[in-house]
Write a protein that binds this ligand. Structure first.
Ligand code: BV8
Length: 235
């Protein structure tokens, strides 16, 4: 049993399973997004260059679904845990693979989106980023440089470098507990965080509906829906 209450510097990695009970699709479950769509035709820069309308329509649909969804008990429990730890001199670093804003809407004050965010766009001409909560059309203009046709979702696609990796590594190295919640442990480099933690003697725990692809690397695994396992672990 991981003595969660003794951990002072917790690193939490969340994946699509944490948003599943809010009605947002996962990727690799039966009926998941990648079971219905080929990610290589939708979530790569090559796919966007080849067929921007289809890729933008895919992300418009996911953005609308994410904005219509509501945080669940897992999101709220993580926000409470971070506030409780901060009040007692500890910290909870929340790194998510998810591109929805449910952690923020549950009250998490700092969320590191290593795969980007549905509610942000980036200009491929001037590099400016901006919040964008509506649909995105091919001809939309960049508010910073006023060029048309240069905006893309601020999402990290396959083959692209995830965001904030230096900060993520530094925070993981300085943690005394690594918790992965709702992730299949399939996508790198996030899937490798548990091995990094084990090499440094950092305690590890997985909270997942079913054993993840890298479950054998975790000292402890608790199975069940995140809306139950996450509050049970952190409250
Ligand atoms: C990179 C944005 C170089 C798009 C995404 C090493 C080995 C093998 C492959 C690679 C490797 N290194 C790189 C690669 C290639 C690739 C990769 O990992 N491919 C895999 C598929 C084999 N990685 C990359 O291309 C990455 N880039 O490596 O650049 C580099 C790296 C570092 C430094 C310099 C250079 C970029 C990866 C990011 C791609 N973008 N998303 C979008 O969202 O549309 S990935 C996509 O998968 C999503 O972001 C998602 O978040 C992410 C991970 O998936 P999960 O969140 O885990 O979701 P999944 O459905 O898989 O699992 C859900 C889990 O929840 C399941 O286990 C299920 O049981 C559970 N669950 C379900 N319901 C519940 C639940 N749990 C609890 N409660 C429930 N109710």
């Amino acid at each position: 049993m991981t003595e969660r209450i003794t951990a002072r510097r917790i690193f939490v990695l969340t994946g699509a399973g944490v948003s599943a009970e809010s009605g947002l699709g996962t990727f690799r479950d039966r009926g998941g997004l990648w079971a219905r769509f080929d990610p290589m035709t939708l979530a790569t820069p090559e796919a966007f260059a080849r067929d921007p309308e289809t890729v933008l329509a895919f992300y418009d649909a996911r953005r609308r679904a994410a904005l219509a969804a509501r945080p669940n008990a897992a999101h709220h429990a993580l926000a409470r845990a971070a506030d409780r730890l901060a009040a007692s001199g500890g910290r909870l670093f929340l790194c998510t693979q998810n591109v929805d804003d449910l952690h923020e809407r549950a009250g998490s004050r700092e969320v590191v989106h290593m795969h980007g965010e549905l509610t942000r766009v980036r200009c491929t001409a001037c590099g400016a980023g901006a919040e964008h909560r509506g649909d995105l059309a091919v001809g939309d203009r960049c508010a910073a440089c006023n060029r048309a046709g240069c905006l893309r979702p601020d999402i990290v696609w396959f083959g692209e470098v995830p965001k904030h990796l230096d900060r993520i590594e530094a925070m993981l190295a300085d943690s005394d507990l690594f918790v992965a919640a709702g992730t299949s442990g399939t996508v790198h480099p996030a899937a490798g965080f548990v091995a990094y933690a084990r090499r440094r003697g950092i305690r590890t725990c997985a909270l997942n509906l079913e054993p993840s692809g890298n479950a054998d690397l975790f000292e402890e695994t608790r199975t069940g829906p995140a809306s139950r396992t996450v509050p049970d672990f952190f409250d």
